[in-house]
Design a protein around this ligand. Structure first.
Ligand code: ADP
Length: 258
């Protein structure tokens, strides 16, 4: 439990107002300490599995219980790459939460971003047996950080491809709607249970089917995407039906006078 550092408040004099603001500060500090404690616990939990997999194999190899093979080394290599990705994602998240990510904003056409990102992902989609289509007929200008918004769309596309079985479709839309720029990624994939929808942006949250699949995900992609979109004055929404598909929609302020 926490040490209660609050001071008693009484009366309506200056001293009691001072005590009240002191208490608010103390509570804010405790909340942020609690958040840090939870973050460290979450990170430890997430890193433990790949690390103990690695250790198990390395011990097996040195004991001679496990036969060295190319396949084994490839999977060990993948475990280390996953840990690297978790750390990289955590660093981006930590910087963003501290307001230190340092966005470089400039006029940016989301239609162009959608087209070029889709091109970059088309080979992976084709390999997974998916068709990837873009509908972005007209320019959609926003004031944004090209690299970071590309990362957002990249995360959404990677997920759409990951969580859709062969034969499915992924559709990217970019358009202006009233005063808003809209970027959406729709897939005909496994979907997300309605009871889980509110958790998709939580760090390290992954649906059980996703955990079981060897997808190489970190559970941080959507947390980062949410953060970047919010830092651009926008919002990101999800709608989904299990076994039917999922749509993530990003709304950003439209750049006016362009
Ligand atoms: P991950 O690295 O696991 O993909 P994310 O933060 O990007 O982490 O996503 C969190 C979880 O949300 C995923 O593990 C998956 O369970 C679910 N999810 C995300 N995108 C989709 C999607 N397009 N279809 C179905 N489930 C999804």
């Amino acid at each position: 439990g926490h040490l209660d550092v609050r001071v008693p408040t009484r009366g309506s004099d200056e001293l009691s107002r001072l005590s009240e603001s002191f208490n608010q500060m103390a509570e804010a500090v405790q909340r942020s300490e609690e958040r840090q404690r939870r973050l460290i616990a979450d990170v430890a939990h997430e890193m433990r599995t790949p690390l103990s997999n690695l250790r198990g194999y390395l011990e097996g190899l040195s004991d001679g219980v496990v036969e060295p093979s190319r396949e084994l080394f490839v999977s060990l290599h993948e475990e280390t790459l996953l840990q690297r990705r978790i750390l990289d994602d955590l660093q981006v998240l930590a910087l963003a939460e501290a307001g230190e990510l340092g966005y470089t904003k400039a006029p940016l056409d989301l239609a162009d971003l959608a087209t070029t990102s889709a091109t970059a992902h088309r080979a992976v989609a084709a390999e997974a047996g998916l068709t990837l289509t873009v509908e972005a007929p007209a320019p959609v200008w926003v004031d944004g950080d090209n690299d970071r918004l590309r990362q957002v769309l990249g995360n959404l596309l990677t997920n759409a491809i990951r969580y859709t079985d062969a034969g499915g479709q992924v559709l990217v839309h970019a358009y202006a709607d009233g005063g808003r720029a809209v970027l959406s990624v729709h897939d005909s994939g496994v979907g997300i249970d309605s009871g889980d929808l509110h958790r998709v942006f939580d760090r390290f949250w992954r649906a059980d089917p996703a955990r079981q699949r060897a997808t190489g995900g970190t559970g941080l992609g959507l947390t980062i995407a949410h953060r970047i979109v919010t830092d651009h004055g926008g919002r990101i929404e999800v709608s989904s039906r299990p076994h039917v598909g999922t749509t993530f929609t990003v709304h950003l302020p439209l750049l006016t006078g362009s």
